[in-house]
Design a protein around this ligand. Structure first.
Ligand code: ATP
Ligand code: MG
Length: 205
């Protein structure tokens, strides 16, 4: 049975934290591939700094050299907000034989109860949560146990070496003219500079 890892996010921009975690889970859980799914532009106020096209291209650039990494445009090409459940149901249809591993940081997984129909989502894919700097191990464990109990889920906590890298910090570095070198792939850094992304105050949120 094919094992497919799913890495969802805004990737605004994609960075070494995303790539490291994806590769780590791929190796530890013996996955065949990882599909990165940049989220579409949220329809209302609180949006992303870079548009979905730029975020998609940057994710492509970042994953180009790894033949086990691919990028899906399933969410960015939609006008309406994509629910993770809907996306995963589409993937299940496309790959009926595959087993899906949804990869998240602990900051994202503890929000799961606020997602659309978490119970159903937990039924159709396994969740691997990676501890993120800033989240305590004990809190994450307690919260994950609680979610598993409520939704009868199988979220697993995996402790990888932690990288204190976030897109928020990277955006602020570009805005303030500070170097973000080595926090993200060189190709992505060059794309940001060339297209003058993350310079505007109003894009910061
Ligand atoms: P932002 O600061 O804009 O929220 P981010 O760095 O959190 O950006 P996202 O695109 O929001 O990146 O994250 C996508 C997924 O990757 C989430 O599940 C998030 O928890 C996880 N993730 C992001 N950075 C890391 C990291 N350094 N270590 C582990 N997981 C991470
Ligand atoms: Mg985030």
């Amino acid at each position: 049975m094919k094992k497919i890892g799913i890495m969802g996010g805004t990737f605004d921009p994609v960075h070494m934290g995303h790539l490291f975690v994806a590769n780590e889970v791929l190796n530890i859980y013996g996955l065949d591939e990882i599909i990165f799914i940049p989220a579409g532009n949220p329809p209302h106020k609180r949006g992303t700094a870079a548009c979905s096209y730029d975020r998609y291209i940057m994710t492509q650039l970042a994953t180009l050299s790894n033949d086990r990494f691919t990028v899906s445009d399933i969410e960015i090409k939609k006008e309406e907000k994509s629910y993770t459940l809907k996306t995963m149901l589409e993937f299940k249809q496309k790959y009926p034989e595959a087993e899906f591993y949804f990869i998240t940081g602990t900051d994202a997984v503890i929000d799961l109860p606020s997602w659309h129909n978490p119970g159903e989502l937990l039924k159709i894919c396994r969740f691997i949560a990676v501890l993120r700097p800033g989240n305590s191990l004990e809190d994450a464990k307690t919260k994950i146990e609680e979610i598993n109990r409520i939704y009868n889920g199988h979220i697993e906590l995996y402790q990888a070496p932690m990288l204190q890298i976030s897109s928020t910090d990277i955006r602020s570095r570009f805005k303030n003219g500070m170097s973000a070198r080595y926090l993200l792939p060189e190709s992505v850094e060059q794309y940001i500079v060339k297209h003058r992304l993350y310079l505007e105050t109003e894009n910061e949120f």
